[in-house]
Ligand binder design. Sequence first.
Ligand code: NAD
Length: 555
Amino acid sequence: MSTASESPVITAPRGTHLHCKGWVQEAALRMLMNNLDPEVAERPEDLVVYGGLGKAARNWDCFHAIVKELKHLNDDETLLVQSGKPVGVVKTHPDAPRVLIANSNLVPKWATWEVFRELDQKGLMMYGQMTAGSWIYIGSQGIVQGTYETFAEAARQHFKGTLAGTWTLTAGLGGMGGAQPLAVTMNGGVCLAIDVDQTRIQKRLDTRYLDEWTDNLDTALALVQQYVDAHEARSIGLLGNAAEILPEILKRGLLPDLVTDQTSAHDEYNGYIPAGLSLDQAAVMRKAEPEAYVQRALSSMRTHVEAMIEFQRRGSVTFDYGNNIRAQAQRAGCENAFAFPGFVPAFIRPLFCKGIGPFRWAALSGDPEDIAVTDAAMMELFPENEGMIRWLKAAKEKIAFQGLPARICWIGAGERHKAGLMFNELVKSGRVKAPIVIGRDHLDSGSVASPNRETEAMKDGSDAVSDWPLLNAMTAVGGGASWVSLHHGGGVGMGYSQHSGVVIVADGTERASRCISRVLWNDPAMGVFRHADAGYEIAQEHADAIGLHVPMKAQ
Ligand code: NAD
C-alpha cells in the first residue's frame, strides 16, 4: 500500500485525447483525478479532498485500481465502488450509469464514528463526505454561491438587503468554510474568519477568497472597526482557535452583526482542534490519547457554542452553518445548544421547495474559455433570471478556478434539464472543445435526509425520514445518469445524514440528450416532491407551475 510520502501528484488530463473507451468513463476518470488535484484537494497526499476526512478513494492502491478499471470499462459495463474501493464490474447497457458508488454506509444501529473508525483503521471503509467520494467536488466555488445566497437572505431578513456596514464573525477556512469571506464581501460586508491552521489561511489568500490576515486579535478587531466604519467590503483571516477567541471577543463587549461557524465540528477526532493545543500538539495527542482528545474537542465545542448563544442573546444574528456543532456541544452537556437555528430553515428552504440548489458543471477540455461560453449561454437561456445573471457575472470576475474550470449556479426543477440539453448542443456543435460534466452537491433539495441540517424542522416533522435520498438515487440510476452515489454521514457526521449524488456527462450524443432530459428533470423534481409531501405550499405551487404530477397532493 502506498504511504503518504509515496503519494503521487495527481492532475486530470485536459483536451480531447481519450484514455478510456468512451467519454463517460473518461469523465469519471478526470473528475476523480480532479478531486485530488493539489489546487482542489485540501490534503491530496492523504486523498483527503475536503470536509475533515472526506476522501476520493480509500487508499492509493484503490485509486490506481479504479483508474485501471475505468480505462478498460466498456459502454455496456458498470463499475461498482464500495467506500472508495473498486469491487466489481457488472453487465448493464449504454444508457445505464458507468459507475455506481456507495460510501460510508453503516447499518443504522452501528452508524457511529467509533464503529466507522474501527473499520477505517482495518482498511474496510472510507469517509466520502458529499462530493469528495462522488467525484464532483470543484473546490471552494462549489459552496460559494450557496454561502452567498445564505448571507444575501440574512441581509434581506435582518439588514435591509445589504451587509454593508456590518461584520460577520466565523471560523473555519477549509475547503467549504473558505467560501465564507468571499460570500460576505460579495454581499458588501466585513468578515472576520478564524482558523487555527495557517496553511488554510494562505490557501484562501492564494485563491482570492480572503483579502488579508493577521495572527493578532487586537489588529484584527481594529481592521474590522476601520472597514465597518468605512462601509468597505473586506475579509480578514485571524490565526487562532475559535473556542478561545469567541469568548475573548465576548469579554471585550464587542458584538458582531452575524455569527456562524464552519470548522469541521462534525468530526471531533479529525476535524476540530481543541482549545489550548497547537496543530502539532493536537496531532500528537490525537494519536497518543484518542479518547482524551475527543473529550477535549467536544468540551471546546461546548465553549464555542456557549459563546455563540451568548452573542445571539446580546443581539447577533446567529446560525449553525451545517457542521453539526450544536449536536456536538449538546453531547458535551450544553443543554440549550439548539438555541440558534440551522441555515436551511433560517434562509434556504424556500429555494429547496422549488428544487433550487447547487447545480454545477466542469469543462473536461480544461479550457477556461469553455466555461465563458457556458456562462454566456446560460444568460441567454434564462434571461428572466436576474439573480442568476448577477451571480454569473460576479463569479466570472471574482472566482479563481481550481483544477478543471467549473461553474456553480443555483437553478431548480424545470430549469436544469434545459441547461443540460443546451450544454449537450454546445458540445455537439463544437462551440466548446470537449464534453461538459454536469452534477450537483448532495446538499440539495431532494437528495438528502439530515435532521440537523437540510431537513431540520420540516413542516410535517419528517426530518429523519431517509427514504427520500434512496428514492433519489434510484431515479438517477433509472434515468441513466453517468455515475450515481449513495452516502452516509456527509456534512454532519456518522449517524446524522444519508444522501445521494448524481453526475451526467454531456458528450454531444443522442444518448446523452435522452439521459439528460430524464435525469435533470427527475433529480430536482425529487426536491419538489419531498417538500410538497411535507406540506410546503411553495413546492405544491411549483409542481403545478412546471407540470409535475404529485399523486396525493395536500389539500
Ligand atoms: P475542512 O476540514 O476542509 O476545514 C475545517 C477548518 O476548520 C480547517 O481549516 C481547520 O484548521 C479549522 N479548524 C478546526 N478546528 C478549529 C478551531 N477550533 N478553531 C479554528 N479553526 C478550526 O472542512 P470544510 O470542507 O471547510 O467544511 C467545514 C464544515 O462545514 C464541515 O463540518 C462540513 O461538513 C460542513 N459543511 C457545510 C456546508 C454548508 O453548506 N454549510 C457544506 C459542506 C460542508
